[in-house]
Design a protein around this ligand. Structure first.
Ligand code: TYM
Length: 323
């Protein structure tokens, strides 16, 4: 039997190549080898209080983008979190197994609450994420590095719930790839994120935008160090994600020989990133032209996920002593 794989993404505006290289590429690549559950986590997105009409639209857009990238709704369970209300219910049932101290230690909470205020949703977000994962007995969870701390919490929740109520949940393991932390192009000390202007290449960016962002990418190196600078390391990681092996090897050799021109590396990146993005964007546009079809795909996903969630909830409630 295939192992169970679960992952999620927030429908919070344009996705970027960090999301793709860190997580979504693995979703696409692993579909044939795992029993996959992928969700667009709109309950999570509520923590930043998006405008209702934006959230609705961005949820559809995210589903369309996942499919355009190669997530195949026939080959996995692709669903929207709020269509499975059991996630919110499980969130509550897991909350006694998490301490405020654990939640306060979450790096993402510290960052987000500094910017958006300390709402309870932001604080308890990792409990809902644990519910997303434990609901389906995920064995592996492909994510970028920024989610590893949340995943560790999900493991701890499973352990302490099982210790209290008997074997109920599987402990999940993170699945990280080499590109688990794509850095901001204009500031390679920080993570690429859509909230930092100029840091990201959006999956819907046009050639002019991609060209401008890559040409402006920071490559500075420390004159006292002979190590590759963080900006160049990042460009090489992106190159590995989008270019063929031969091209990557050619540029690595040039770097080793001290012959690498950063401008050449950047032009290659622009070409290969665009060669990837153009057909994805075309596919995305044609999916977005038929929202009714997207809604059908979402309904199909709900049909597949809901009975599994309902069965899990019955077990959870029984084990907790709820009547
Ligand atoms: P989200 O929506 O912020 O990001 C989606 C995925 O993209 C990865 N990612 C990155 N990877 C590499 N470099 C970057 N610069 C970069 N930025 C983002 C994230 O690590 C993530 O894998 N809490 C999650 C969504 C979630 C989830 C889940 C994930 C909810 N429930 C259950 C797995 C399992 C989040 O906000 O991801």
């Amino acid at each position: 039997m295939q192992k169970r794989l679960v992952s999620g993404i927030q429908p919070s505006g344009t996705l970027h190549i960090g999301n793709y290289l860190g997580a979504l590429k693995q979703w696409v690549d692993l579909q044939n080898y795992y029993d996959c559950f992928f969700s667009v986590v709109d309950y999570h997105a509520l923590t930043l209080k998006p405008k209702p009409e934006d959230l609705r639209q961005q949820t559809l857009e995210t589903v369309a983008m996942l499919i355009a990238l190669g997530v195949d709704p026939k080959n996995c369970v692709l669903f929207v979190q709020s269509q499975i209300p059991e996630h919110a219910e499980l969130n509550w049932l897991l909350s006694p197994f998490v301490t405020v101290g654990q939640l306060n230690r979450m790096t993402q909470y510290k960052e987000k609450s500094d910017r958006h205020g300390q709402n309870i949703g932001l604080l308890t977000y990792p409990v809902l994420m644990a519910a997303d994962i434990l609901m389906y007995d995920a064995q592996v969870v492909p994510v970028g590095e920024d989610q590893v701390q949340h995943l560790e919490l999900a493991r701890e929740v499973a352990r302490s719930f099982n210790a209290h109520a008997g074997q109920t949940f599987t402990e999940p393991k993170p699945l990280l790839n080499k590109a688990a932390r794509i850095m901001a192009l204009n500031d390679p000390k920080r993570k690429m994120s859509k909230s930092i202007a100029g840091s990201a290449i959006g999956l819907l960016d046009d050639e002019a935008a991609v060209t401008a962002t890559i040409r402006r990418a920071v490559t500075d190196s420390d004159p006292n160090s002979n190590k590759m600078s963080p900006g160049i390391v990042n460009l090489f990681t992106i190159l590995e994600g989008f270019s063929d092996e031969e091209t990557v090897k050619k540029f690595q050799e040039k770097y080793q020989d001290g012959q690498l021109k950063y401008s050449e590396l950047k032009e290659q990146l622009i070409e290969d990133v665009m060669a990837f993005l153009k057909p994805v964007q075309k596919g995305y546009q044609s999916l977005m032209a038929h929202p009714d079809k997207l809604e059908l795909i979402i309904a199909e996903g709900t049909k597949k996920a809901r009975p599994i969630a309902a069965a899990k909830m019955a077990l959870v409630k029984k084990n907790l002593g709820l009547i």
